[in-house]
Design a protein around this ligand. Structure first.
Ligand code: IMP
Ligand code: MG
Length: 184
């Protein structure tokens, strides 16, 4: 017989996940991040760059908490296969905008090893933006291998694989409303 705890487990392919961060907690933290950005960018017109695929839902919710004028764009980077970072960052879709002299906000779903962000920030720096701030929904401090400022972050989480709210396991789970954690 299944216990209540077992019933809450979610199976995606060969793995089991348990509820980790509820929808309401996510909503509340994003409203707070929006308030931080509103403070910082009042009267300015930054460009928000979402990192696809994972950040599409986070950016959609975050930008609607922002009351300054902003442009929105996306790049598509990829480093993960299954539940492991491959260490090689592929640019599948690059940036079309000219960001020279502009204020840029990078919106990322999760900073894990930090390799993707390290790589992307180096690319951005060559385009000479006026400023760059990084907003991350999730950060895994114990996995981080690079040193760069994460100006706004919603949740610091243990070094375990998570999915939902934009994050996937092998393409699945992005449409879940809450965040789940791998059950080992
Ligand atoms: P990093 O380069 O190791 O920091 O990995 C960053 C990217 O890997 C993120 O943008 C995510 O797309 C993906 N990623 C890292 N950790 C997870 C996870 O726990 N679940 C799903 N995707 C993840
Ligand atoms: Mg990502």
């Amino acid at each position: 017989m299944q216990t209540n705890a077992m019933k809450e487990l979610l199976q995606v392919k060969d793995l089991y996940f348990q509820p980790f961060i509820a929808q309401q907690e996510i909503t509340e933290r994003i409203a707070q991040l929006g308030a931080e950005l509103n403070e910082h960018y009042r009267g300015k017109r930054p460009l928000m760059i979402g990192i696809l695929n994972g950040a599409f839902i986070f950016l959609a919710d975050l930008c609607r908490e922002c009351n300054f004028e902003c442009d929105i764009s996306f790049v598509r980077l990829s480093s993960y296969e299954g539940t492991e970072s491959t260490g090689t960052i592929k640019t599948i879709m690059g940036l079309e905008e000219d960001i020279k002299g502009r204020e840029v906000i990078i919106v990322e779903d999760i900073i894990d090893t930090g390799k993707t962000m390290h790589h992307f920030q180096a690319q951005l720096a060559e385009m000479q933006p006026a400023s760059v701030r990084l907003v991350a929904l999730l950060v895994k401090p114990d996995a981080l291998q690079y040193d760069f400022p994460i100006h706004h972050q919603a949740f610091r989480i243990p070094n375990k694989f998570v999915l939902g709210y934009g994050l996937d396991y092998d393409g699945l789970g992005r449409n879940l409303k809450e965040i789940y954690q791998l059950r080992e």
